[in-house]
Design a protein around this ligand. Structure first.
Ligand code: CP
Length: 344
């Protein structure tokens, strides 16, 4: 093997001992501890190094099959899993519901079983229903990666968000992270809340009351539902929310998941909640601006700040490939951080 084809990616960036990897599936981050999240991010550091090589390809997953099974549209997640699998030497195929036998009435469970019968090792699944990835995981011994299930969870987006934040700030403990927008319908917001609180960040969610999930406020939280969402601060005033923020994340109005009547108008929403340069002036002087995409400039985010010098939106996209490589690598049984040993 030449250096270009070795899975070796140099030493992990952390001297912490990596925890044992115990996940067969990636369904959400609510069952990830701080050390497990950091193990993924450390492994992603090594994957970034592979991606920076002249030939960004290693054989770690040669002979393994990754299937992208997308029942909903996607640009970033689907393309990055495809690139991630190929960079690690896996066979990757992508299916959309529109072009599959789902159109003939085949169920989700039958579809997953069929793909496993063809020896799929990993099924990356996006579905409009919350819980779809969990259902699939109950019916296959392939690894299921949740690439977004309804308004519930999007753990790989959250991990790439955490990775990108860590690149800029290092330790996220105590950092003020503000998510502004349609929190209620955002699977990204939910998974980010779990990941950020596990890393000790101070999370603020901001939006109109109609777009904030019930049960987020401590006073609304029934005692038996403590784990429904992690503890975060809720704010309906964007100026107050952004005050001193290290990280501001704008979120799209998820109109495909909204029932009618939640907002007077999109224009009124933009007037009150759009992330603008004037509002970002209240943030910490070193703040960064993020957006998971796809974004609607002029609605939740002003065009000038979306491409401005504080925006790291394209870095998020780039990092998505490395983080998804790290997840595929770990699910294949390689030890976290043990990228030098990945030549099986
Ligand atoms: N952020 C995200 O999930 O983007 P796509 O819908 O393009 O995959």
């Amino acid at each position: 093997m030449t250096t270009e084809t070795m899975p070796s990616a140099g030493a992990p960036t952390s001297s912490r001992p990596a925890p044992a990897w115990r996940h067969q599936h990636i369904l959400d981050l609510d069952n990830f501890g701080r050390d497990e999240i950091e193990a993924v991010l450390d492994t992603a550091d090594s994957m970034r190094e592979i991606l920076d090589r002249r030939i960004a390809r290693v054989p770690a997953l040669r002979g393994r099959t990754v299937v992208n099974l997308f029942y909903e549209p996607s640009t970033r997640t689907r393309a990055s899993f495809e690139l991630a699998g190929k960079a690690l030497g896996a066979d990757v195929i992508s299916l959309t519901a529109a072009m599959s036998s789902v159109q003939k009435g085949e169920s989700l469970i039958d579809t997953v079983r069929t793909l496993r019968a063809m020896r799929a090792d990993v099924i990356v699944m996006r579905h409009s229903s919350a819980g779809a990835a969990y259902l699939a995981a109950e019916h296959t011994d392939a690894s299921i990666i949740n690439a977004g299930d309804g308004a519930h969870a999007h753990p790989t987006q959250a991990l790439l968000d955490l990775y990108t934040m860590r690149q800029h700030f290092g330790d996220l403990a105590g950092k003020r992270v503000v998510m502004v927008g349609d929190i209620s319908h955002s699977r990204v917001a939910r998974s980010d809340m779990w990941g950020l609180t596990a890393l000790g960040a101070r999370v603020v969610v901001c939006g109109p009351p109609t777009l904030l999930p019930r049960g987020l406020r401590a006073s609304e939280r029934p005692a038996h539902a403590e784990s429904a969402l992690p503890p975060v601060t809720v704010e309906t005033d964007i100026e107050r929310a952004i005050e001193g923020a290290h990280i501001v994340m704008a979120l799209r109005l998820q109109s495909e998941r909204q029932q009618g009547g939640l907002l007077p108008s999109v224009g009124e929403y933009a007037r009150r909640y759009q992330v603008t340069a004037q509002r970002l002036a209240r943030a910490h002087p070193d703040h960064i601006l993020m957006h998971p995409g796809p974004k609607n400039e002029g609605v939740e985010i002003a065009a000038d700040v979306a491409t401005g010098d504080r925006s790291i939106i394209e870095e998020q996209v780039t990092n998505g490939v490395a983080v998804r490589m790290a997840l595929l690598y770990l699910l294949a049984g390689y030890a976290p951080g043990d990228v030098d040993g990945g030549s099986r």
